[in-house]
Design a protein around this ligand. Structure first.
Ligand SMILES: [Zn+2]
Length: 496
């Protein structure tokens, strides 16, 4: 079946089935908005044809053909099936004015999708209006200036769960040292976002750097992506580890779990001192979404961060591990509903994917995947597959815990037992921790990237007052301005 031109222009046509499915499910809301716009256009055309009693069967047939394609869920970027009822609902919206199309196009252009912005205006009923013509000309001019991003020069920064209340995280208890070393405070995170935005950084997906393609003869291999940005802009990837809201973190100033907010977007719950539960932007995901809503040009075509989970405590603050499905746990936690926990966790995971987030494994048991025995390696990988992938759907990214890896810095020996095992489980993207600006390897069947920890440890030892004189962050932000002075100092060394 013929593809809708709009989606050909933005999806990687040669993408393998696996990656294509991921891309579709991991898509953002924009394609859906566009889809609705196309429907509006088609209905207007249909109405016009009807009113003008146009007998041109060809036109009517091709409109109908397009409409039936739109009903095919396979053709929708968001995977949302458009039944006749929902079509009616969506087209009831007052949108459809020239202003509406101009705004949608402007939003697409802000996210660097000039092709789609231009196509939308060219297809809209006001294509020949002065405003639409001017906007098309403007986007075409900008498009000519775009520069291809070298995928080997894309930095990757990562965080853990953000500290919302420093007085609780840094209260002198046994966990303070660990939080101080590997966590980032909300204040620091917001300053980092602002600085990176001001310096022209643009968030891209890990899958934008390179992806699997299938040749006509069936050969599967990795191909570099073509990220196109205006001159002066730099692409970067962001990830967040251990988004599980572990049991041990309770009462230490973090969110307690992620939920789907009333607006359908991911948000967080946090337990307050008075025992109430507040809903709001209490961690990276909603904070990043808020920031991008205000600064749409911080995100390339709807890109968001990579969110990684272990399995042993469950994911996203839901107690989904089988160890919670016991008489004992239920006796201690009356009202706990294991099946409901799994259901809710799966809903939030889907909401994250629909919002543009990529989901990843962080191993099941937070293991050093390069050092544990092969037997434990297999057990851990299988547990993650059985307990977590069953909640979040097919996953091809692994972010190794402890900065471990399954090989040294040389390109992977893809015949190695560990690589082969992870590859057989669908993993294609592998990330370690590396403080250099760029560490990207694109093999024939994998992409590997180093990630930079933007945490208390890294920031403190980059501060002049630490006396160490590190310089790992100056391309991203001024550590003097970002480092949260409510941290206990000196931040203990990692070996202490
Ligand atoms: Zn971790």
């Amino acid at each position: 079946m013929r593809k809708i031109p709009f989606f050909n222009s933005r999806s990687h046509v040669k993408r393998s089935g696996y990656s294509r499915r991921r891309q579709n499910r991991g898509g953002q809301l924009l394609p859906y908005i566009i889809l609705v716009s196309i429907l509006v256009v088609l209905l207007i055309i249909a109405a016009w044809l009807y009113l003008h009693n146009d007998t041109s069967e060809d036109t009517a047939l091709s409109s109908a053909a397009s409409a039936s394609q739109l009903e095919n869920p396979d053709e929708t970027a968001s995977g949302i099936s458009l039944s006749p009822e929902t079509q009616t609902d969506e087209t009831e919206a007052p949108e459809g004015s020239l202003q509406y199309y101009l705004e949608q196009a402007s939003l697409l252009a802000a996210g660097y999708d000039y092709d789609l912005a231009i196509q939308l205006l060219q297809m809209c009923p006001y294509a020949s209006s002065e405003e639409a013509t001017a906007a098309i000309a403007e986007y075409s001019t900008i498009k000519e200036t775009l520069v291809r991003v070298d995928p080997y020069k894309v930095t990757h920064v990562f965080f853990h769960t953000l500290i919302m209340d420093t007085s609780k995280a840094f209260d002198g208890d046994s966990r303070e040292k660990g939080y101080n070393q590997v966590m980032t405070t909300k204040d620091e995170f917001m300053k980092i976002l602002q600085s990176m935005y001001d310096r022209g950084f643009v968030l891209v997906r890990l899958h934008d750097l390179a992806y699997e393609v299938t040749d006509e003869d069936g050969t599967v291999h990795f191909e570099e992506g073509n990220i196109m940005l205006p001159p002066g802009k730099q692409a970067f990837v962001m990830s967040q580890d251990d988004v599980c809201y572990y049991e041990y973190m309770e009462g230490d100033g973090f969110a307690s779990r992620m939920i789907v907010g009333e607006d359908g977007r991911p948000t967080c719950e946090m337990k307050m001192d008075d025992g109430s539960v507040a809903v709001g932007s209490y961690d990276l995901v909603p904070l990043l979404d808020d920031f991008i809503e205000e600064h749409p040009d911080f995100s390339y075509r709807g890109a968001r961060a990579v969110i990684a989970f272990t399995g042993y405590n469950g994911i996203l603050g839901y107690r989904t591990a089988p160890s919670y499905n016991t008489e004992e746990y239920l006796a201690e936690h009356p009202g706990f509903d294991y099946e409901k926990e799994r259901e809710e966790a799966a809903k939030v995971a889907q909401c994250l994917k629909d919002s543009g987030y990529e989901l990843a494994s962080h191993s099941w048991g937070h293991r050093n995947m390069g050092e544990i025995s092969m037997e434990n390696f297999i057990t851990d990988t299988d547990k993650w597959e059985n307990e977590v992938e069953t909640l979040i759907g097919p996953c091809d990214i692994i972010l190794f815990p402890f900065g471990s890896d399954i090989g040294d810095w040389h390109p992977y020996d893809t015949s190695s037992e560990r690589f082969q095992y992870l590859h057989s489980k669908g993993f294609r993207y592998f990330c370690n921790v590396d403080s250099t600006r760029y560490f990207v390897q694109i093999g024939d069947d994998y992409l590997r990237q180093g990630r930079r920890n933007l945490d208390g440890y890294r920031m403190y030892y980059d501060l002049p007052e630490s006396g160490v004189g590190g310089d790992h962050l100056s391309d991203l932000f001024d550590v003097n301005e970002v480092f949260d002075r409510s941290r206990p100092t000196p931040v203990p060394k990692m070996s202490e």
